[in-house]
Design a protein around this ligand. Structure first.
Ligand SMILES: N[C@@H](CCC(=O)N[C@@H](CS)C(=O)NCC(=O)O)C(=O)O
Length: 221
C-alpha cells in the first residue's frame, strides 16, 4: 500500500495516473496548499523541500516525481523497459530529457517571473517557448521515425504519462496566452495524448482530480 501526498493537478497527478494504471493499492493524502500544508512538519518529513509529490512506500518515503514513477515501474515490472532490456538505455535518455528539459521548460512557461521578476518574464517565456517548440518537434520526429514502444499511442508507459501531463500544463497554464503550446502542432505526441486520455485508469485518476474532457490533448485553461 502506498500513500501519495497529493494536490489536485499538481505533479502528484503523474504518480496518481501511474498508480492507477499499475492497479496497485494506494491512498491519496490530499493537502491544502492555501492552508500551508506543504510547510507542515509532517509533509516536510516526506519531502524535505515542501513540494508535491511525496509518497510513503514500504521502503520509506520518496520524493521527486520521476524517481517515484521509475521506482514504481521497476518494482512492479510494468510501464517501462526492464533494467536489463535492450531498449532501457534509449528509454532512460528520453525519460530524463523529459524530466530535466521539458519539465523545467514547462515551469518557466507557467511561472516565468520566478526566473528574475516580472520585468524579464516575457523574455523568459518567449525564449522558453521557442526552445520547447524545437525540442518537442525533435521528439515528435523521433517518435515517427523510430516508433519506440515506450513512447507510443499503443500502450502506456511512465514516459507517456509524464509527457501527457506536461503537455496539458503547457497548453492550459502558460502565463502568457500567446506562448501556450498546443500538442496538435506535434501529431505523434498529440496521438499519444489522445490515446492516454481514453484509458480507463487515466479517466479514473483524472476524475478524482476534477479533470474531464480532453484533459491531456485539449485541456481547458
Ligand atoms: N522536480 C520536482 C518538482 C516538484 C514541484 O515543483 N512541485 C510543485 C507542484 S507541480 C509544488 O509542490 N509547488 C508548490 C510550491 O512550490 O510551493 C518533482 O518533479 O517532484
Amino acid at each position: 500500500m502506498y500513500t501519495l501526498q497529493s494536490i489536485p493537478d499538481f505533479a502528484s497527478l503523474i504518480v496518481h495516473l501511474v498508480l492507477e494504471e499499475l492497479g496497485q493499492p494506494y491512498t491519496l493524502n490530499t493537502l491544502n496548499f492555501d492552508a500551508g500544508d506543504l510547510d507542515s512538519p509532517a509533509h516536510r518529513a516526506l519531502n524535505p523541500f515542501g513540494k508535491i509529490p511525496a509518497m510513503q512506500t514500504p521502503d520509506g518515503p520518496m520524493f521527486e516525481t520521476a524517481a517515484i514513477t521509475l521506482w514504481l515501474a521497476d518494482r512492479h515490472g510494468a510501464l517501462a523497459p526492464a533494467p536489463t532490456a535492450p531498449d532501457r538505455a534509449d528509454f532512460l535518455s528520453w525519460f530524463f530529457f523529459t524530466n530535466f528539459s521539458l519539465h523545467t521548460g514547462m515551469m518557466n512557461l507557467v511561472h516565468p517571473y520566478r526566473a528574475g521578476g516580472e520585468d524579464i518574464s516575457f523574455a523568459v517565456s518567449q525564449t522558453t517557448h521557442a526552445r520547447l517548440m524545437s525540442e518537442l518537434a525533435t521528439m515528435d520526429t523521433m517518435i515517427v521515425s523510430r516508433k519506440p514502444r515506450w513512447l507510443s499511442a499503443k500502450e502506456p508507459s511512465i514516459l507517456t504519462y509524464h509527457l501527457a501531463v506536461l503537455m496539458r500544463w503547457m497548453k492550459a497554464f502558460a502565463y502568457f496566452p500567446e506562448h501556450a503550446i498546443d500538442s496538435a502542432n506535434f501529431p505523434a505526441i498529440h496521438a499519444i495524448l489522445r490515446a492516454m486520455e481514453t484509458r480507463p485508469a487515466a479517466i479514473r485518476a483524472a476524475a478524482d482530480e476534477g479533470l474531464t474532457g480532453a484533459f491531456f490533448s485539449n485541456p481547458e485553461s
